[in-house]
Design a protein around this ligand. Structure first.
Ligand code: GLN
Length: 278
């Protein structure tokens, strides 16, 4: 008897094929390093496909489009349940991070529905427009465990990328303070199944990666700033089962984050002892 895990990639719009390619490579890597679990990777476009998944990736793309199509496909509430009530491992990249945030700004009220799951506020398009896209070497401490693959800095690809501009307090129900802000939308956590979403969410947000260098750059350009105060932009966070990155590992050939995340999925499934046999 061997276990098979089904990992879905939300395939409504955006870079889902790229994620599937890296997931397959990451799974082969794990299997050549002694992992006996087999993985099935699948595109998710409807509720039935989502219900078969043990874990999910929400890719980069255009968060407004993904959320509109998800709403039309009747997927928004099932996605909220998947993330916040069933607490299945979910990873969002770029647009996916926006959708997994409890609050996002630079959005017209009513302009976009969020899934939520991460008690953070993201600033959409933080770095500007498409032409201001860039690549930066990232030092991601959680990738230390993947040094057998490489110990180079991780190539961070940022395309109209959001940043986490605030870690939000752990509150009952919806993030009310955020709801009152102009151009900010919040995830309607209260409507998730049985109103248990908030109680089920982990209360702690871990900062998993920052992009340093903004103050250093300002210094180099002659500004009088104290680089000692540099904290950097938060570009990766994790709250319990939910993981989000501002950048696009799926647009690189580097499998490390996919390997790390599949290990997280394996550990989470082991903890909840969801076993499937074939
Ligand atoms: N800023 C985009 C949005 O709002 C996300 C960009 C991306 O995923 N590359 O959806």
């Amino acid at each position: 008897m061997s276990m098979t895990l089904t990992v879905g990639v939300l395939a409504l719009q955006g870079a889902f094929l790229e994620h599937l390619i890296l997931l397959k490579r990451a799974a082969s890597h794990l299997q050549s390093h002694g992992v006996t679990t087999s993985f099935e990777f699948t595109e998710v476009r409807n509720v039935e496909q989502l219900s078969r998944c043990d874990a999910l990736i929400i890719p980069g793309g255009e968060s407004t489009t993904i959320s509109l199509v998800a709403a039309e496909s009747g997927l928004l509430e099932p996605l909220r349940d998947f993330v916040k009530v069933d607490r299945k491992p979910t990873w969002g990249t770029c647009a996916g991070l926006i959708l997994l945030s409890e609050a996002a700004n630079a959005i017209k009220k009513g302009g976009q529905d969020l899934i939520g799951g991460l008690d953070v506020r993201v600033n959409r398009n933080h770095f500007g427009r498409q032409v201001e896209s860039f690549q930066a070497d990232l030092d991601l401490p959680f990738l230390k465990s993947e040094e057998s693959v490489s110990h180079e800095p991780f190539p961070g690809v940022f395309i109209r990328a959001p940043v986490v501009e605030k870690i939000l307090p752990n509150v009952e129900g919806v993030q009310k303070g955020e709801q009152q802000m102009a151009q900010t939308v919040v995830a309607p956590s209260k409507s998730a199944r049985d109103n248990h979403a908030r109680q089920a969410m982990s209360s702690h947000v871990d900062v998993m990666g920052v992009l340093p260098g903004r103050l250093k750059k300002a210094n180099a350009m002659g500004a009088e700033v104290n680089a000692g105060e540099e904290v950097g932009d938060i570009i990766a966070v994790k709250q319990g089962n939910v993981f989000g990155t501002s950048f696009h590992p799926e647009l690189t050939a580097d499998i490390r984050i996919h390997v790390w995340w599949l290990k997280q999925v394996l550990a989470a499934v082991g903890r909840t002892s969801v076993t499937k046999s074939e």
